[in-house]
Design a protein around this ligand. Sequence first.
Ligand SMILES: [Fe+2]
Ligand SMILES: [Fe+2]
Ligand SMILES: [Fe+2]
Length: 417
Amino acid sequence: MNLVHSKDIYYIFRDVMRCLDPKVMNHGARTSYILYRMLQCMDKKYEMYELAEFAFLATLHDLGAYKTDYMKDQLGYETKEYMPHSIYGYLFLLYLTPFKDRAKIVLYHHTDFTQVPKTNYEFDEIIHCLNVAEKMDLFSNILGGKFDYMMFQKQAGTKYSPKALDLLYQAEKKYEVFSKLSSGEYKRELAELYEYLIFTDEEKRDFLVGLMYIVGFRSEYTMLDSVTCVQVAQSLGERLMISDDEKEILFYATLLHDAGMCAISKDISEAPRKLTDEEMQTLRTHVEVAESILKGRIDEGVLEVIMAHHERCDGSGYPKHLKSDQLNRLMRILQVADTITGLTNPRSYRDPKPANVVVSILKEEAEKGKLSKEVVRIAVNYYDEIMAGVKVKTDEMLAMYRKLQDNYETTYKQIKQ
Ligand SMILES: [Fe+2]
Ligand SMILES: [Fe+2]
Ligand SMILES: [Fe+2]
């Protein structure tokens, strides 16, 4: 089943991250365009799909800024304190995406030409090109009309690679890179390039799982939610004997169902108190935000399940107040899985609920006609088994998170030396 096209993996990734902070991704997109045109001027000729992959990677080059505490201070992390976001970006790509072999490009994107370790890394030249491309975008934005793309020439051979600068000059002559950036034309050209992306089904899954982890890493409360919900939904689906195709739809829907939370401020999503009516309305918009990011980019069946995760069988849910006969089995499974996830994981305003409380809440909700009786019966009957499966997955995730943090410390020390 092809539930999502390769190019849409790029758009979903970019737009979810853009929701968190548009600056990082907008700078990423412009940088990716400069890099793409520079690489086209190289003697080595890359295939179009390779260029598209490098452009995707370049869009994500400041990904680590989402993890650091000073994301809003772009000039700060791009000029003075650049190590933390370079290292986190590298580790995110290394642990959480299929771009593992290219993660080092991001690690060294702020390192001076002469300081990049000479290790015969196959993408050394790309590191130097990205270094030039991203500085070009930053300075063209800061300096506006006073910007001159030859301004780095005096640092050729020290801060910047002479070859990368030469590629930039060639790219500007051949493609008029900077006027395309000012006119916005670069967006159309990048869209054409992304048509060439080709990922396997496994890579697509890995990108989206990685995306949800990266978003989750911003907050301890949401970190475990996607893992828990995916695992609960899959266990329920298996016990309800859904088909393999349905399993795949359910997997993508569960993974992405709260993607729209990226647009909700932490002051609301993690408020340690009861929300006001107005705040509750804002929180509820996360469903429509997910729709705006995913519509036309993912299979319609997946989107419908996502859109229905807060609906309830008696019509009391949102956003469309759908009723029982409008809800398919996958929607009912996700509703129960999401409810269990919400109750069993800690929230800013309360501790996780113990098993007996979760079970009685589920029974009550089914009795009131809100949650599906059939799905709740399975959840209640196999509760301990399902949650044991969740524990295995969340332990794996926490171990990976710790490994990433440890690796951060070691990489920081290594680079400082
Ligand atoms: Fe950076
Ligand atoms: Fe940057
Ligand atoms: Fe939700």
